[in-house]
Ligand binder design. Structure first.
Ligand code: AMP
Ligand code: ZN
Length: 474
């Protein structure tokens, strides 16, 4: 059987994965809080853990892996969004959940086996909190229940910090009901306007961290193999998950995997820097989901990843070339062993992409001498194993357009449609159509088909399309 090596944050070394039960390999990944569109950074863990899920299914069998990713649908950010928009919480979370699923499907992510919503697991959370209180690891005060951090001696081990360092470094909330500033909320009271559930501590709602401990336990059992998420979650979220679960007597996760953050053009993605965008923004601009996925996979998950316009362009060119290379070919039953070997080395996705590049080059060279189709089929199966070159219909509108080679060309034509339309509207007023005729002739000369109706212009590339001939027009 393939040996799968993963870097375990908990032990700070690469380890060979030894599943608790190879018949049911279990993975939990922290999912989104559903109040808004997923930004590009949110897609990174989804894609990283999707690759791991595919690999686990390959190694242990598709029916022998359980992947759970939650939806946080109770949170103060959701409450605030409801209050400011005047819409109901249920409406906002349902809509955002569907957006997330659609956007992640567009970047080629398979759906996990279970996607529990926090609000469906309140009873399990309450039971777990009661257990922690009875064992002295938590205490109730003023309608709140708090976890007693000093009662868990290994607190901070995952992120490698001591409790005192954490107090000094973190903005911990000091509240009158806390015994210690580090103690964190398991349960808090809700007023009449805020969602709440009856509990032994009055009507209230859970703090954020307890949901993952309760849902992982319910769906994966007291011990499971892999826990994942972005490294921004390591502290406090994952430290708190570990503390709660261990103190409840659960062995919890063996291997902890964390992806590094995504940046845009070398800078942290943020609204104030104006470089913040969502996955949907890109899809709507016409960037195929597959291109997003390709760019993400080009950087190893433990390295910071930089999203750049240049990478986007390169990825699009490569994928167009590969789609042409595999056009009308059936994939082989299995990917090439080199792909599995690269991924088995701590998910070396950039290595796997390099293997695909090598295959493509070999096929291109051999194509001149009549390549054996088997090699193309294996290439296709290998790309599809990584979630690339799949059936294009669900990849965000990507279509094989051999004569329209780049995203840029599409954009150029869109701009020219506007130009020609405006020129035509003006011409109808002045009754001078010279400029319209001239533009039209130049477009035809560049191999562009021109269709004009009363209120729109449609330009489409013909086989003879040559974008360089448009330079004069633009
Ligand atoms: P959030 O909704 O902020 O809790 O984030 C959902 C997931 O996206 C978590 O696993 C985060 O670690 C991850 N995430 C958030 N921002 C980024 C980013 N810039 N790069 C990579 N992952 C991120
Ligand atoms: Zn979590």
């Amino acid at each position: 059987m393939t040996k799968l090596t993963l870097y375990n944050t908990r032990t700070r070394r690469k380890e060979v994965l030894v599943p608790i039960d190879p018949d049911n390999v279990r993975m939990y990944v922290c999912g989104p809080t559903v109040y808004d569109r997923a930004h590009l950074g949110n897609a990174r863990p989804v894609i990283v853990f999707d690759v791991l899920y595919r690999l686990l299914r390959h190694v242990y069998g598709a029916d022998h892996v359980t992947y759970v990713r939650n939806f946080t649908d109770v949170d103060d950010k959701i409450n605030a969004r409801a209050a400011e928009s005047g819409r109901s919480i249920g409406e906002i979370t349902a809509e955002t959940t569907q957006w997330f699923l659609d956007d992640m499907a567009a970047v080629g992510a398979l759906e996990p086996n279970a996607m529990p919503r926090a609000t469906h697991y309140i009873a399990q959370m309450v039971a777990m909190i009661e257990d922690l209180v009875s064992k002295g690891h938590a205490y109730a005060k003023a309608g709140h229940v708090l976890f007693r951090v000093r009662s868990y001696k290994d607190y901070g081990k995952l992120s490698g910090r001591s409790v005192d360092d954490m107090i000094a470094g973190a903005r911990v909330e000091v509240a009158p009901f806390k015994e210690d500033p580090m103690d964190f909320v398991l349960w808090k009271p809700s007023d009449a306007e805020t969602p709440g559930w009856d509990s032994p501590w009055g009507r209230g709602r859970p703090g954020w961290h307890i949901e993952c401990s309760a849902m992982a336990h319910d769906l994966l059992g007291a011990a499971f193999d892999i826990h994942g998420g972005g490294n921004d979650l390591m502290f406090p979220h994952h430290e708190n998950e570990i503390a709660q679960s261990k103190c409840a007597g659960h062995a919890f996760a063996n291997v902890w995997l964390h992806n590094e953050m995504l940046q845009v053009e070398g800078r942290k993605m943020s609204k104030s820097l104006g470089n913040f965008f969502t996955v949907r923004d890109l899809l709507d601009e016409g960037v195929p989901g597959e291109v997003i996925r390709f760019v993400m996979l080009s950087t190893h998950y433990r390295k910071p990843m930089d999203w750049t316009e240049k990478k986007r362009e390169e990825a699009e060119k490569t994928l167009r070339k590969w789609r042409k290379l595999t056009n009308a070919v059936e994939p082989a039953a299995n990917p090439a062993s080199e792909i599995i070997a690269a991924l088995s080395e701590d998910l070396n996705t950039s290595g796997a992409i390099a293997v695909l590049h090598r295959f493509a080059k070999e096929i291109e060279q051999k194509q001149r001498m009549d390549v054996p189709p088997k090699e193309v089929s294996i290439f296709l199966a290998s790309a599809q194993f990584l979630g690339l070159l799949e059936d294009s219909s669900n990849m965000g509108g990507w279509a094989l357009e051999p004569h329209l080679d780049e995203f840029t060309n599409r954009k150029i034509l869109k701009d020219l449609e506007v130009l020609l339309h405006e020129t035509r509207v003006k011409a109808m007023e002045t009754k001078n159509f010279d400029r319209v005729d001239q533009l039209k002739a130049q477009l035809l000369e560049a191999g562009v088909e021109v269709k004009m109706s009363k209120d729109s212009v449609t330009l489409s590339p013909k086989d003879s399309f040559d974008p360089t001939k448009l330079d004069a027009v633009r």
